[in-house]
Design a protein around this ligand. Structure first.
Ligand code: 5GP
Length: 181
């Protein structure tokens, strides 16, 4: 499958950079005087997390955890924590960093798991929000971009492990993917 399956940028690298800086500034203001814990969700949030943490002007800790996600296009509906958080967040101010919120099922499950450890606060930061697809309501405090119901790749997001390295976010052309088998 070549890049024919990819639309031109839905969100450009420049727009992402500006937005990530804005979110970083906002977090720096909201958490002034605190020492927050950022928890990124692998693999999709890898690039967003790396960029965002460098835009936050505070002492912070950063960890990654991993949950099962999509296989191809469709969510399996079941969420499994593949790599648990290797740190105590009890009494800490935690920001969960996600690439994209779609149905909300993954996030809901991760929130429940983190909440059970008794953080002082727990907020969500997501680069992309497919609001129209939501099945479970999740309170997202920091949102980069609301996007339409299209399957997107790039800036950490994959299609069958491809395209994570695109510096921008693009829609997949479903017809081209199906034709490729
Ligand atoms: P949810 O549980 O909210 O339905 O799905 C969240 C996860 O599904 C995301 O972390 C991401 O891994 C995956 N996902 C949802 N929509 C997309 C999309 O448009 N593109 C890609 N690459 N992954 C998506």
């Amino acid at each position: 499958m070549g890049n024919d399956s990819i639309s031109k940028a839905l969100i450009t690298a420049e727009d992402i950079q500006v937005k990530v800086r804005q979110i970083g500034d906002q977090i720096s203001r909201d958490y002034a005087g605190m020492h927050p814990v950022l928890v990124g969700v692998l693999n999709g949030a890898l690039i967003f997390m790396a960029d965002l943490m460098r835009e936050i002007d505070l002492p912070l800790e950063a960890y990654m955890m991993a949950a099962s996600s999509y296989d191809g296009y469709e969510s399996t509906g079941t969420v499994e924590i593949i790599k648990p958080l290797e740190a105590s967040i009890t009494g800490r101010h935690v920001i969960l960093v996600e690439d994209i919120v779609d149905t909300g099922i993954t996030l809901d499950s991760l929130l429940e798991s983190l909440q059970s450890e008794g953080p002082a606060s727990l907020e969500i930061c997501a680069l992309l929000d497919k609001k129209s697809r939501r099945q479970v309501e999740v309170p997202i405090k920091y949102v980069g971009f609301e996007i339409p119901d299209e399957f997107v790749v790039g800036y950490g997001l994959d299609y069958n492990q491809q395209y994570r390295n695109l510096p921008y976010v693009a829609s997949m052309n479903a017809a081209a993917v199906n034709a490729a088998g």
